[in-house]
Design a protein. Structure first.
Length: 256
């Protein structure tokens, strides 16, 4: 009885962190279909191709700090993030983490492993309350077999991510820590000087993502603030002089 009670409690705790909204009602399909239609990878699909995918999709409401999957778990589909933020991490045998990717709204993860039939090689955890869509592998493969346009769109998405990955590899190889931080801030920046914007990621996560120590990150942020290039208040950042910030980081204008 004690073991059953503990298992029941663990199950309830897991459900309190992650809720799969299921059911066969038309309202659910309509909601999921609308959510898929707003995601970059699916927005070009005609309704008749989108509807079968919607029926093989689950909504995942995950509270902050929820582990979506662990390294080694089977990959039975892929996730698309509707809103929130997710970190993908390598976890060492001692429990230390290395952030390899921060996933933002409209982005997906797990597609490549799904196609290869491999288990997950990273652990995924939400950094804020998030809504995700989990697209079932079998449903997607069935649509691909019918010549759905989703194959072209997914290939384009994976190619774009590979291109970004090569850029990140170049940055880690050729850029110093200051340049990586400046580049990251400019990528997150909406584009208006003097207007605060929020980065819903802790500084320790940012440091891990940029391959910096937390101390190095703090020193660099302080230096940028002392030079009146940025302002930082907890997780709110303000770019005060973007041209001088780029010059300080020896970066070209990436915003075109």
């Amino acid at each position: 009885m004690a073991a059953q009670d503990m298992a029941s409690q663990a199950s309830n705790e897991e459900l309190s962190d992650t809720r799969l909204l299921q059911g066969e009602g038309p309202g659910r399909w309509k909601r999921i279909k609308a959510q898929l239609a707003h995601l970059p990878i699916f927005k070009e699909l005609p309704p008749e191709q989108l509807e079968p995918i919607a029926k093989g999709t689950q909504e995942v409401h995950a509270l902050r700090g929820t582990t979506l999957f662990h390294s080694g778990d089977p990959c039975l589909g892929f996730h698309m993030l509707v809103y929130g933020r997710v970190k993908l991490v390598f976890v060492s045998s001692t429990g230390s983490e290395r952030v390899v990717r921060l996933v933002g709204p409209g982005e997906g993860f797990g597609e490549a492993l799904m196609f290869m039939g491999r288990n997950y090689i990273v652990t995924a955890q939400t950094l804020v309350d998030s809504l995700l869509l989990h697209i079932n592998r079998d449903t997607l493969m069935e649509q691909l077999g019918k010549g759905s346009d989703v194959a072209r769109l997914m290939l384009a998405g994976l190619s774009e991510r590979l291109y970004r990955l090569m850029g990140e590899l170049e940055a880690y190889t050729l850029q110093n820590g200051v340049q990586r931080l400046v580049n990251y801030l400019l990528q997150e920046w909406p584009g208006e000087e003097g207007v605060p914007f929020r980065i819903d990621v802790g500084k320790s996560v940012i440091a891990s993502r940029l391959n910096l120590t937390p101390e190095h990150l703090s020193r660099t942020l302080r230096d940028l603030m002392d030079r009146d290039l940025i302002r930082v208040q907890r997780r709110n950042f303000t770019i005060l002089d973007s041209a001088a910030l780029r010059q300080y980081g020896v970066l070209p204008d990436m915003r075109g």
